[in-house]
Design a protein around this ligand. Structure first.
Ligand code: UD1
Ligand code: CA
Length: 449
């Protein structure tokens, strides 16, 4: 059955006490919204509709950054979850299939759970609601079942004592046929404690119309919604702990798992070795057998097999390390390819550059890529040797098997096999050092007396 998604992301999230829309707060360096979208994407939806409201333009921009085919619709007034879903009616008018409703502030729903819901639909349920046994049911909506059917959902604020005692709670995730869902939604009223259009009312409406409704259960950890900074911090911990366990399970060595910080989409190959205190931002792939040593920070980069990074290295977006490449301590690489077996071992900045196979970049080398307005490229040939403390003023090319003398400022291309020297000639003044020291010591003595 073709499926589309509606992700509710219009709420302000006032309990976050923030200028920033709630769904743009981050876990593992990615907005909550991206986590929800990624969860939804796993079932390959035909359409993904994001309902925006508070900070709408910002939220829509973020949604499109993650997936440029996302359809954003605005809910100008937040009149409740039912009203929010109604905003997607037009965008899905010609879609024939099932719709799953997700919340933008609920980042951990698994694809298995979503598949369970679509299966329950396929087995004939008109309405499928995702529920969970809550350790502390608190303000969650309560799922009231009877004879294997879901009868209705009661919001905590509208519930009586008997209903409040129910621990099976509403996650908010709903699956139904598109036409059925929007039919039911158009009949929701606001006669409740909060005067809102509750999406949850569709259950009672469906049952009254003789339709079936069932609950699919999942673990409470999956339905964790973020409402406060404390919950955001706890969710970060939960994400990291899950990611660490998954990496260990997948054959990755983590020297000190509790100090490895994962990005939301970090990919680590089997037998990759990760030292203590390594931080992965978004968009990192480290292949099999590569090693990332302690205290390195990586984002938007690719580290091929058997490459070695760090300790204390920084790989920024566009860093591409080929097999067996080495990037050592206090080295920063940005938007640069380091070819097979090339080495940048100490204290260097290599940006907007290509470094050829087996080239050796000496300590303290800097590619001067920025003129204050524009960025320029540096090309370093295969098997070349860049002397320590070379400045490469881009745009500039160093040929294959070329050399630069230590301390050289390279402003012109260096031909293949040539050596560039650009520094003042050395002049040794005989005896000068001793004479100078004598003068200085004598001066100090005079002052002291
Ligand atoms: C909702 C459910 C409750 C469930 C709980 C799970 C309803 C009426 N209640 O309650 O049964 O146990 O989630 O966390 O559905 N939103 C909009 N526009 C609106 C209102 C909300 O986009 O007008 C979005 C919010 O941004 C949020 C989601 O919908 O992502 C849920 O809204 P929220 O106000 O947090 O609902 P709860 O009161 O927590
Ligand atoms: Ca909530």
């Amino acid at each position: 059955m073709p499926t589309s998604l509606v992700i509710l992301a219009a709420g302000q999230g006032s309990r976050m006490n923030s200028e920033r829309p709630k769904v743009l707060h981050k876990i593992a360096d990615a907005p909550l919204l991206w986590h929800a979208m990624a969860a939804g994407q796993s079932i390959e939806p035909d359409h993904m509709v994001v309902v925006t409201g508070h900070g709408g333009a910002q939220v829509a921009a973020s949604a499109r950054t993650f997936d440029d085919s996302a359809i954003c619709v605005e809910q100008t007034e937040q009149l409740g979850t039912g009203h929010a879903v109604d905003q997607a009616r037009g965008a899905l008018a010609s879609f024939d299939g099932d719709v799953i409703v997700l919340y933008g502030d609920t980042p951990f729903i698994s694809s298995e759970t979503l598949l369970k819901m679509t299966r329950a639909r396929a087995e004939g349920a008109d309405l499928v609601i995702l529920g969970f046994e809550a350790a502390d049911a608190g303000r969650y909506g309560r799922l009231i079942e009877k004879d294997g059917q879901l009868e209705r959902i009661v919001e905590a604020k509208d519930a009586g004592a008997a209903e409040l005692a129910v621990t099976l709670c509403n996650s908010g995730v709903v699956c139904a046929d598109r036409a059925t869902l929007f039919d039911l939604v158009s009949n929701i009223g606001t006669d409740n404690a909060q005067g809102e259009y509750y999406l949850t009312d569709i259950v009672e409406l469906a049952r009254a119309a003789g339709r079936s409704a069932v609950v699919v259960r999942c673990d409470e950890a999956e339905t964790l919604g973020i409402n406060t900074r404390a919950e955001l911090a706890a969710a970060e911990q939960q994400f990291q702990s899950t990611a660490r366990n998954a990496a260990l399970e997948a054959g990755v060595s983590l020297a000190d798992p509790s100090t490895t910080v994962f990005g939301f989409d970090t990919v680590l190959g089997r037998d990759a070795v990760i030292g203590p205190h390594v931080v992965f931002g978004p968009g990192v792939t480290v292949e099999s057998g590569a090693e990332v040593k302690a205290f390195s920070h990586l984002e938007g980069c690719h580290v091929a097999q058997d490459a070695v990074v760090g300790p204390f290295a920084r790989l920024r977006p566009g860093a591409e390390l080929a097999e067996g490449a080495k990037v050592g301590n206090f080295v920063e690489i940005k938007n640069a390819e380091i070819a097979e077996g090339a080495k940048v071992n100490h204290l260097s900045y290599v940006g907007d550059a290509t470094v050829g196979r087996a080239a050796n970049i000496g300590a303290g080398t800097i590619t001067c890529n920025y003129d204050g307005v524009m960025k320029h490229r540096t090309e370093i040939g295969a098997r070349s040797f860049i002397g320590s403390n070379t400045l490469l003023v881009a745009p500039v090319k160093v040929g294959e098997e070329a050399m630069t003398a230590s301390g050289t400022v390279v402003t012109q291309d260096v031909p293949d096999g040539a050596m560039a020297i650009a520094r003042a000639k050395q002049d040794n003044k005989a005896g000068f050092a001793r004479r100078l020291m004598d003068i200085l010591r004598a001066k100090k003595k005079q002052k002291g007396s």
